[in-house]
Design a protein around this ligand. Structure first.
Ligand SMILES: NC(=O)c1ccc[n+]([C@@H]2O[C@H](COP(=O)([O-])OP(=O)(O)OC[C@H]3O[C@@H](n4cnc5c(N)ncnc54)[C@H](O)[C@@H]3O)[C@@H](O)[C@H]2O)c1
Length: 220
C-alpha cells in the first residue's frame, strides 16, 4: 500500500486520491483553504498534525509519504522551439465556461486534430487534386461517461493514470500511455522555465541532454 499527500485539495486531486483505494492511502493534505483542509481531513481521517497551510510548510517536514498528488491551479501560455525545428504552443486556461482539452499536431505529410470531450480525432492529409485541398478521416473512440472531469474521471482516464503510476513506482509494467521519467522531467523543466521566462521577460534556453544527465547522476 502506497501513502500519499494531497497538495491542492480540489476536485482533481481528490478524484485521483480515491481512484485506487486498495493500493494507496492519503496520509496528509496541504491547502491554503481552511474549508478544503477540513473537508479533506474528514474524508480521509487525518489528524490536524497532518494538515498543512501551504506546500512550503509541508516541504520543510521530513518525508511523510511515498508521493504527493499535485492539484494546484495553473494558467499559462508557453511557446517552445525545439532543437530539431519543431515548434509547440501550450495554452492552459482555468475557470473557462466549457471545459475542453484539444490537441492539433501538424506535420509535413498530414495532421491530427482532436478533442477529448468529443471522444473523436481527425486525420487530414494534403490532397493535391484540383478542388480537393485535403482528405480527412474521422476516428470515433466511442468513449462515454464524464468526459470533462467535472463529476468523474475524464472518460476513465484519471483512474487509469493513477493505476499506471502505482504500477510504475511498484516496479510493475505500466501501460503504453505511461510517460517515462525522462520525458516527465523534460516536461516539468519546460514548465519551470516558462515561469522563469515570464518573471525575467526573456527566452530561456534549456540544454535538455545536460539536465537529464545531471539528474541521472543523482541518487534518490
Ligand atoms: N477539474 C478538472 O476537470 C481538471 C481537469 C484537468 C486539469 N485540471 C487542472 O487541475 C488543477 C486543479 O483543478 P481542480 O479542478 O481540482 O481545482 P480546484 O479549484 O478544485 O482545486 C485547487 C486547490 O488548490 C488549492 N491551492 C491553490 N494554490 C495552492 C498552493 N500554492 N498550495 C497548495 N494548494 C493550493 C486551492 O485552495 C484549491 O483547494 C488545475 O490546474 C486545473 O486546471 C482540472
Amino acid at each position: 500500500m502506497f501513502t500519499c499527500i494531497i497538495v491542492g485539495a480540489g476536485h482533481r486531486a481528490v478524484g485521483y486520491a480515491v481512484a485506487c483505494p486498495d493500493r494507496m492511502k492519503v496520509v496528509g493534505v496541504a491547502d491554503p483553504s481552511p474549508v478544503r483542509r477540513k473537508i479533506t481531513a474528514k474524508r480521509f481521517g487525518l489528524e490536524p498534525s497532518a494538515c498543512f497551510e501551504s506546500a512550503e510548510a509541508l516541504a520543510v517536514q521530513p518525508k511523510l509519504a511515498d508521493f504527493i498528488i499535485n492539484g494546484t491551479m495553473d494558467h499559462q501560455s508557453v511557446l517552445v522551439d525545439f532543437e530539431d525545428g519543431c515548434t509547440a504552443t501550450l495554452n492552459m486556461v482555468d475557470g473557462c465556461s466549457k471545459p475542453s482539452r484539444s490537441m492539433h499536431l501538424i506535420g509535413t505529410r498530414g495532421e491530427m486534430q482532436g478533442c477529448l470531450e468529443e471522444s473523436k480525432f481527425t486525420i487530414r492529409k494534403i490532397d493535391p487534386r484540383p478542388g480537393h485541398e485535403y482528405a480527412e478521416e474521422i476516428v470515433d473512440l466511442n468513449v462515454g461517461g464524464d468526459m470533462t472531469g467535472a463529476h468523474g474521471g475524464h472518460g476513465g482516464g484519471d483512474g487509469r493514470l493513477v493505476s499506471d503510476f502505482l504500477d510504475y513506482i511498484g516496479g510493475q509494467q505500466p501501460s503504453l500511455s505511461t510517460t517515462s521519467i525522462e520525458d516527465s522531467v523534460a516536461g516539468h523543466l519546460i514548465g519551470f522555465c516558462a515561469d522563469r521566462s515570464l518573471v525575467e521577460s526573456r527566452i530561456i534556453n534549456i540544454n535538455m541532454k545536460m539536465q537529464l544527465a545531471a539528474i541521472a547522476e543523482r541518487e534518490f
